[in-house]
Design a binder for this molecule. Structure first.
Ligand SMILES: O=C(O)C(O)C(=O)CO
Ligand SMILES: [Mg+2]
Length: 253
């Protein structure tokens, strides 16, 4: 199996270009990140070229962090900001050759939020299509992100159908899905056509995948059997130094 290091959590203490090099040295096949915008895109591009790693994806900016924003695209009345964040992210993604963009919904609820999310995603998909970029939406669990608009794969599936764009896919983060809905194996199978990227971490502590209530040896076998072609995103919070958390990766090599 192939694995992508999520540099929002792994080597998060290092500048992004250094984290990319560390991921290469540790044996990862790809990288992904959260919010790379403080690092000039050409520095990221240079590190990717040097290591031969692909940046699989990044997130839209969350908005006004001091005010508690966690994404903008489902916030009625804030469409101009949401679309500016989408434009910014697509420009950055194009500059570094990233294939996926996770459009973050934000804290909202109700029909107006649903309409705003669908409209902003339609805009994102249209703008992304020419660059060959896939737009991802990701349900987040209610414990880490209480009040977040998108919380389940069932809801994400409805949104994907409402938008109806071929380049809109589901980010299936096993950690969030286990906390909200469980039944990982059946859900991966049922949703395989909608899934654009898969992430994982132990549950409930969001650590390395070698402990906790989910048996990832089994989950990885299911994903392999389904023929999911892309590297899986290791999006967990190492308990100490990232290098000391990689026994699970060494064991699979
Ligand atoms: O937290 C996550 O699982 C994410 O993948 C993310 O992009 C930021 O919320
Ligand atoms: Mg995730």
């Amino acid at each position: 199996m192939k694995f992508s290091a999520n540099l929002g959590f792994l080597w998060a203490d290092r500048p992004l270009p250094e984290a990319i090099r560390a991921a290469k040295s540790a044996g990862f096949d790809a990288v992904e990140c959260h919010w790379p915008y403080d690092t000039p895109a050409q520095e990221v591009r240079a590190a990717l070229r040097e290591t031969g790693l692909e940046m699989l994806g990044l997130n839209t900016a969350r908005g006004d962090l001091a005010a508690g924003d966690n994404g903008l695209s489902a916030l009625p009345g804030r469409e101009p900001e949401a679309r500016a964040a989408i434009d910014e992210a697509l420009t950055y993604a194009s500059e570094i050759g990233a294939r996926n963009l996770h459009v973050m919904a934000g804290f909202a609820a109700g029909p107006a939020a649903q309409r705003a999310f669908v409209d902003n995603l339609a805009y994102a998909c249209q703008e992304a299509a020419d660059a060959g970029i896939t737009i991802l939406i990701e349900p987040l669990n209610r414990y880490d992100a209480p009040g977040y608009f998108l919380t389940t794969t069932v809801q994400a599936d409805e949104v994907i159908r409402a938008v109806g764009a071929p380049n809109l896919k589901l980010m299936f983060d096993c950690y969030h899905v286990q906390l909200m809905e469980g039944d990982l194996s059946r859900r991966l199978e049922a949703l395989q056509a909608q899934i654009g990227h898969i992430q994982f971490a132990s549950v409930p502590d969001r650590g390395a995948p070698d402990h906790g209530e989910v048996n990832y040896a089994h989950v990885f076998q299911v994903i392999e059997r389904l023929g999911f072609p892309m590297p899986l995103g290791a999006e967990y919070k190492p308990a100490g130094a990232t290098e000391d958390s990689l026994g699970w990766l060494t064991a699979l090599r």
